[in-house]
Design a protein around this ligand. Structure first.
Ligand code: AMP
Ligand code: GLY
Length: 430
């Protein structure tokens, strides 16, 4: 069967790579793809824009695409699934209404509050003065969020009231355009974060292995927020008992609340969770898609063919699907970014050493790369997601960093502490 993957990040490279391991998948096309998907056997890129729904639909129909997998949130929120389904294509990814769970934090918060899903207490404002008065009354720390999609940059965890006021002023002055027409202000939660990506056909929902992301740019979780600088799976904090609670207290009630709103949600429901010091899971945010870089750490551990799972969701028969099978062991992904990221960065630097890294047994997922006249060059802020699996976290992390050392481009930046939290005390101190 032929599959179409929409998007151009490390997540989409990982999806294409995993899909091609399935005996049933003959060919994957990525729109627009990147240097990594251009280099994969049986994979091709098609340079269409993500908002060219008509062009994407036409390609899929003419080429007999059996399954379309949508990677990023922006086309989902713009209704790509609605459009393609209307063309009778089989699509994995929620409709425009379902994607609101990520595209409007106020909408998601209302859904959680109505369904009694544990989340930080919050209020929504459309006027600056009222928002600032609320912050003044609540005090700090407090969290200020632009309502809409802001590429991961719309959240300020404010340590002081002044910081929160400045964030509110910037949002209402148009920092995030229409995404900032509403502001969500919520209580600050403490604890450990975990990403639970679950696949659903809108009726049944099943979690993938839990993962942990590293959102800040600097070692020790310091500096600016990024799209994610590395990940590992399976996150030990999400024990089987906790995963059971997440299933019954969060995932299932969310699907029920979506059904109540007549939303037929097929795709990934990604719950970004804070596990409080008491051990209770709280939702920080929902995303309507696979996480990046979590997907790069999760998929190498998946044994069940990915196409089977995604098709079972798109065809509403997930309940009949056998349990998902995972490989034993652990996976770690270290993101190599361009100098200056998450601020301004340069593109076009030559990348070398990817083959050497892969010969050592790592998998190098490309995030921002381009193949230009057969030469691989940097083409984004996050450039590579260097990923390795191992019997233990120590082994997976050591192999991922050995592969990072084998890979080079000018100005490459990466965190040195991906997975430190799960390494054994002995190896962490050596
Ligand atoms: P989001 O874009 O909603 O994932 O938020 C980005 C990051 O901000 C999260 O990964 C958390 O680290 C932090 N954050 C968001 N909401 C809260 C909250 N209510 N309490 C503490 N930290 C938060
Ligand atoms: N890694 C965070 C995200 O995908 O939103």
């Amino acid at each position: 069967m032929k599959v179409l993957v929409v998007g151009n990040g490390g997540r989409e490279h990982a999806l294409a790579w995993k899909l091609l391991q399935s005996p049933k998948v003959q060919q994957v096309t990525c729109i627009p793809g990147n240097g990594g998907t251009a280099s994969l056997a049986h994979c091709q890129n098609l340079p269409l824009s993500l908002d060219d729904f008509e062009g994407i639909g036409r390609f899929a129909l003419v080429n007999g695409i059996a399954l379309v997998v949508i990677g990023p949130e922006v086309p989902l929120a713009a209704g790509i699934t609605d459009y393609l389904r209307h063309q009778h294509l089989t699509v994995f990814g929620p409709t425009r209404l379902g994607a609101q769970i990520e595209a409007s934090k106020a909408w998601a918060k209302a859904l959680m509050q109505e369904a009694n899903i544990p989340t930080a207490q919050a209020a929504v404002f459309t006027e600056k003065d009222a928002a600032q008065a609320y912050v003044q009354a609540q005090g700090a720390p407090i969290v200020v969020k632009a309502d809409g999609l802001a590429a991961g940059k719309g959240v300020t965890v404010a340590a002081t009231v002044a910081e929160a006021q400045a964030a509110i002023a910037a949002i209402f002055e148009g920092q995030f355009g229409k995404a900032g027409e509403r502001v969500v202000i919520e209580a600050c939660l403490t604890g450990q974060e975990v990403s639970v990506l679950a696949i659903t056909d809108g009726i049944t929902i099943r979690p993938l292995l839990p993962a942990q992301d590293h959102k800040r740019i600097g070692d020790g979780d310091t500096g600016l927020n990024t799209g994610g600088m590395g990940a590992y799976a399976p996150a030990p904090i999400a024990t089987p008992a906790l995963m059971q609670r997440i299933q019954t207290e969060i995932l299932e009630p969310t699907i029920a609340a979506l059904q109540e709103r007549k939303i037929d949600y097929c795709g990934v429901l990604y719950a970004g969770l804070m596990i409080t010091p008491e051990g209770d899971p709280n939702v920080i945010e929902f995303n309507c898609r696979f996480g990046d870089p979590e997907t790069q750490a999760i998929l190498p551990l998946l044994e069940t063919p990915l196409d089977e799972l995604l098709l079972a969701c798109a065809q509403k028969r997930l309940a009949a699907q056998p349990p998902i099978v995972w490989k034993a062991g652990a996976a770690a992904c270290v993101v190599m970014a361009a100098e200056g990221y998450p601020g301004g960065f340069r593109k076009g630097d030559r990348i070398t050493g990817v083959d050497a890294a892969e010969e050592q047994g790592a998998v190098v997922f490309h995030a921002g790369t381009q193949l230009k006249q057969q030469r691989l060059v940097t083409d984004g802020g996050r450039v590579l997601g260097v990923t390795a699996t191992g019997e233990t976290f120590d082994a997976a992390i050591a192999q991922a960093y050995a592969a990072v050392n084998a890979t080079h481009f000018d100005g490459a930046y990466y965190r040195h502490d991906i997975g430190d939290r799960v390494r054994t005390a002995e190896s962490a101190s050596s």
